[in-house]
Design a protein around this ligand. Structure first.
Ligand code: AMP
Length: 188
């Protein structure tokens, strides 16, 4: 099973991804987590991307694509993949198709977490108090939402044309949302 988890910032992708990979034993790729790790380790890449991430824009493709290639190569024997926060634009989606095809694999389902804007705002502001992420503030959220709707949401069509997208109501209790996801994945 190779999955993509889509949803706007604050939709709960990270929380649900952790539950999904645990249940279905998948290799979890969160490009946001990998990029944050680069920043907290103050690597050359981390220092280069800090300003971009904190402003809510996307990190240039060449940085992200290199990470994806390495991750897929290192985990090709896994039970499957869960891509969380990737692909974020059409070029990334094309590369993902190509890398998976090289291994005779393809995306089996795409989960789209749907959350209204007011709930996203509430979640991001509450997460900013708990986790202290510099990009979790009102101003950056506006930019991140703009980027999501202009660059990332159109990529969903790439997968809905193939009948792969399942929309999930992402508002409610964590376990209830997880049950909604599981009931779809158990049929895959
Ligand atoms: P996330 O944790 O997925 O919300 O990502 C946090 C930030 O990391 C985003 O706002 C982007 O600046 C950057 N980022 C994460 N994933 C990607 C990606 N696939 N392509 C480009 N930038 C990304």
């Amino acid at each position: 099973m190779n999955l993509i988890l889509f949803g706007p910032p604050g939709a709960g992708k990270g929380t649900q991804a952790a539950l999904i990979v645990d249940k279905y034993k998948l290799a979890h790729l969160s490009t946001g987590d990998l990029l944050r790790h680069e920043m907290s380790s103050s690597t050359e890449l981390g220092n280069e991307i800090t300003e971009i991430i904190n402003s809510g824009k996307l990190v240039p493709n060449h940085h992200v694509l290199k990470m994806i290639k390495i991750f897929i190569e290192n985990n090709k024997k896994s039970n499957g993949f869960l891509f969380d926060g990737f692909p974020r634009n059409q070029d990334q989606a094309n590369l993902l198709d190509k890398l998976l095809a090289n291994l005779d694999l393809k995306i089996t389902s795409v989960i789209l977490l749907e959350v209204d804007k007011e709930s996203l705002r509430e979640r991001i502001l509450s997460r900013s108090q708990k986790e202290g992420r510099a990009d979790d503030n009102e101003e950056t959220l506006i930019k991140r939402l703009e980027v999501y709707f202009s660059e990332t949401e159109p990529v969903i069509a790439h997968y809905s044309n193939k009948g792969l997208v399942k929309s999930i109501d992402g508002v409610g209790e964590i376990n209830d949302i997880n049950q909604r996801i599981n009931s779809i994945l158990d049929l895959v």
